[in-house]
Design a protein around this ligand. Structure first.
Ligand code: CTP
Length: 407
């Protein structure tokens, strides 16, 4: 048997990027031989094994043929006769379809190295279309390597468009799509992920609520970039530049969905878009079964981001309501993430990226003020149950009034 390093490990080594996990392909072996060498099978009927020591994935060279819709609708053929070239041709991108032996000799039948140099994400063969998840993968790689100058080859984008229009994307499971989305949002340029999905028509299928924001104007005085879709991309870009976590990036992507619902006669104003957007945010959250913390933050940021921007003008009672809605006493981290999302929203405006955002410290100070109200003295005064709750609220309000006057 011959063993080759394949896929991302080869690609990233040639790009001079750190290699995190290594995939191997085994040519000329049978399942029995692998088991005899101590490899552990990954699934009952899939020719992939884990190395007994390193735990890395070793797959028997295989060919694949589509047998149904969506991911999983596959039959494959693995046998000792399948060649390395046959295994590589079923892969998604030329830059992912190179193999390397233990002497670092490269096998590159589909010119991955040439495309690495040309900075092109290009599909290997028409077999690309057999896995609709690849539309998301290519958009994710575009987001990751945009900084190196990579773009999607026009013929690959055309194929992605065909796949998006064919209805195939709808067959993807929430779990698989979310995994790609979450990884893409954590890349250096997540806005490129959304842009590429939009260019190939996949955004309209996956997140029509986000797609609908393009072409929707906002008032130029607040939003020099005008277009709501362009604004959303900039907010995401800011979130990545400021190294925000996934929760914040997800909330940034969805914060303005309500603006897509504004009747054209009302443009460029978007009255109550925060409330109107909630049902859309909920729908997107649920469509991809986003983790609970992402779902929660997206809804809170959707509902309250304008409060964040107006923080310095809010009445103490409104400020208190905001803090209560976030349960800042038990969930300090979540309020920090809200503040971060508001700041990214403010910075995601053309020409205003560097403007300071004093609202952030003001909101932090307000939370600290409300939190520092001591409960013990109220207990000592004999307050109990709902009365105690009311007394705490009164004290917090008093403290916030003093805080606002001092600010
Ligand atoms: N692959 C593919 N189509 C898919 C998934 C994977 O063709 N839908 C192939 C590609 O050759 C890829 C390899 O399997 O390079 C390994 O897949 P994976 O580990 O998911 O991706 P990597 O390319 O290693 O990328 P990453 O750095 O994102 O892990």
């Amino acid at each position: 048997m011959q063993i080759y390093k394949v896929g991302g490990a080869v690609r990233d080594r040639l790009l001079g990027r750190p290699v995190t996990d290594i995939d191997w392909v085994v040519v000329g072996a049978t399942t029995e031989e692998m088991l005899a060498k101590g490899f552990r099978p990954v699934g009952a009927d899939f020719p992939v094994f884990l190395h007994p020591k390193s735990g890395e994935e070793y797959a028997l060279a295989r060919t694949e043929r589509k047998s149904g819709r969506g991911y999983g609708g596959f039959t494959f053929h693995a046998s000792p006769e399948v060649t390395l070239e046959e295994d590589l041709i079923r892969r998604d991108l030329t830059i992912n379809a190179m193999a390397e032996d233990d002497q670092q000799n490269l096998t590159d039948p589909y010119h991955g190295q040439r495309d690495l140099e040309a900075r092109l994400l290009r599909h290997v063969s028409p077999a690309f279309a057999e896995d609709p998840l690849r539309v998301l993968r290519v958009a994710r790689f575009a987001a990751r390597y945009a900084g190196l100058g990579f773009t999607v080859a026009p013929e690959t984008l055309a194929l992605m468009r065909q796949l998006s229009e064919s209805g195939e994307l709808e067959a993807l499971t929430a779990e698989r799509s979310w995994k790609e989305i979450a990884r893409a949002l954590m890349e250096d340029q997540p806005q490129v992920f959304i842009q590429v999905l939009r260019e190939c028509g996949a955004l309209k299928v996956l997140m029509p609520e986000v797609d609908a924001l393009f072409g929707v104007p906002q008032p130029e005085a607040h939003h020099p970039e005008i277009d709501t879709g362009v604004h959303t991309l900039s907010v995401l870009e800011q979130a990545a530049q400021h190294k925000q976590p996934l929760t914040v990036r997800w909330a940034c992507l969805l914060h303005d969905l309500g603006k897509g619902l504004t009747p054209e006669e009302e443009w460029p104003r978007h009255i109550a878009h925060e409330q109107k957007g909630l049902k859309l945010i909920k729908a997107v959250n649920e469509r991809f079964k986003a983790p609970k913390d992402c779902q929660e933050l997206a809804l809170l940021v959707g509902e309250y981001h304008t409060h964040g921007h107006r923080a310095l003008e809010l009445k103490p009672s409104t400020l208190l309501e905001l803090l209560q809605s976030f349960d800042v006493y038990r969930r300090p981290q979540r309020f920090e993430e809200f503040i971060a999302a508001c700041e990214m929203d403010a910075r995601g405006r053309k020409g205003l990226e560097q403007r300071s955002y004093p609202q952030a410290d003001y909101l932090r100070g307000a939370a600290t003020t409300a939190r520092s109200v001591a409960v013990q003295p109220l207990l000592e005064k004999g307050f109990k149950g709902p009365e105690l709750g009311e007394a705490i609220k009164r004290e917090r309000l008093k403290a916030l009034k003093a805080y606002k006057e001092k600010a």
